[in-house]
Design a protein around this ligand. Structure first.
Ligand code: C2G
Length: 132
């Protein structure tokens, strides 16, 4: 069984996230998502709209996602890759090169981001609507 691992906040889930998860799953048989906890998001200067539990519930309902684990810090990736016998680590290419240190443990693939959508854009657009 080929195991794939990716990480993210996945807040206000949108088609860019789905495109990433779909392509990640296509690379193997089992997709694990390391989901940023609310606490870790503070360290990423991100304030997710949905709580960790609700973002986890949403991700677990996606047919491409087989397992969701918490992402508590920047330093857990090597341990996660070893613990879960991961074959392929996948991230959007906005992270290109940032996780190449994992190449000693598994294949590392950066997939093209989906253009024209982001959680921050959604928030901005909604604010514009709200403020007229
Ligand atoms: N993504 C994408 N296209 C978009 C938006 C996001 O392909 N239009 C991808 C990102 O590249 C990332 C994943 O979707 O691989 C999740 O995006 P975020 O929730 O924004 O994750 P991020 O904050 O980048 O957290 O340790 C890694 C971090 O936890 C990644």
């Amino acid at each position: 069984m080929k195991k794939v691992l990716t990480y993210g906040t996945f807040d206000l889930l949108h088609f860019g996230h789905i495109n990433l998860l779909s392509r990640a799953k296509d690379l193997g048989d089992h997709l694990i998502v390391g989901l940023s906890t609310d606490e870790f998001n503070k360290g990423k200067n991100k304030q997710a709209y949905h709580s960790y539990e609700n973002r986890k519930l949403i991700l677990e309902s996606i047919r491409f996602v087989d397992e969701v684990i918490p992402e508590n810090n920047w330093d857990q990736k090597i341990k996660d890759v070893i613990k879960h016998n991961v074959d392929i680590f996948v991230m959007g290419d906005d992270w290109k090169g940032k996780f190449d240190f994992l190449k000693d443990y598994c294949e590392v693939i950066y997939l093209p981001r989906t253009i024209g959508i982001s959680t921050s854009q959604i928030k901005n657009d909604l604010n514009m609507v709200k403020n007229g």
